[in-house]
Design a protein around this ligand. Sequence first.
Ligand code: ADP
Length: 337
Amino acid sequence: MATLSERPVHSETAGGSGVNSGRYLPIQLEHLAHNYGNRQALEDLSFEVRPAEIFGLLGPNGSGKTTLFRILSTLMVPTGGCARIQGFDAAHDPNKVRQRTGVVFQATSADLKLTVEENLKHQGHLYGLRGSRLKTSIKELLFRVGLADRARDAVDTLSGGMKRRVELAKGLIHSPAVLLLDEPSTGLDPGARRDLWLYLRMLRDQDGVSILVTTHMMEEAEHCDRLAILNQGKLVALGSPAELKSAIGGDVILFETGSEEAAALLAPRMAERFQVEPVVLGSTIRLERRDGHRFVTSVVEAFPGEIDGVSVSKPSLEDVFIQRTGHRFWAEAKEEE
Ligand code: ADP
């Protein structure tokens, strides 16, 4: 915890347990912005991550996730606004932020030729940990990430999932209150993903760690307690996956028309006839409506021969994204590639 002389800027009283029992919010963004030259990568972001929650930053490629991750991990100074971790400004107090934050990048940072234990020892030294305290931490961490029996093996002999767990252990060696993970499931098989998420929940529940995960995967976002959805550097939605989906209200209906032209012509007629607000996505017309199945029958009867296919489903996180932005998640990603 901070001494009086290094008192962090007060943000707001926050409860919680374990490492996050302090008075400061684990992560707080205030009007955060970042420009690369004249390209705006982040625009006026204000939200917070609460103690002991798994918070997801979901967005397609180019939405600003990496930029925000780099600012929070003190690798980059924002051009506007402020990002605080446990009350400390990442731009002005990077060392204090680093002491309180564990960072797990996508790429392997461990030295592959060294053993798991040696890697953790070096990492511990970077944080000033030594002797029996470091030894005990390494032992405990390896046990918890399920690598106790591989401690003496070189990292390059481990599977992809095990290597990711070594990265996690490295990020946690100094018992941070906040853990940042960049696209943690990328490249992992389903079993390794499941293990990783079990471990993240354990960290949240037993140690009170606040975890921020960036992701472009909807299924990963579903595991988070709350989400910020980003699009082109702007916050487009904030809340738990269930809250965000239930805000859509009713069913999501897709009408397949066969061509973009047909969809563009049919959508306004549908809007007028049924007082709905359809969105055209290529050759598909999408809308939200309670009692979807009954509504679909009326529409198909009203426009005979003009609709090739229909689907009615409960809202997904992609539907939340479409509702807030007017376009598909992956279409956006392709434009940026
Ligand atoms: P994401 O991680 O969600 O894919 P990024 O943070 O990498 O998004 O990128 C956000 C925006 O900033 C994109 O438009 C991207 O092209 C731009 N950008 C990212 N890094 C740089 C850079 N070093 N120089 C210029 N523009 C950049």
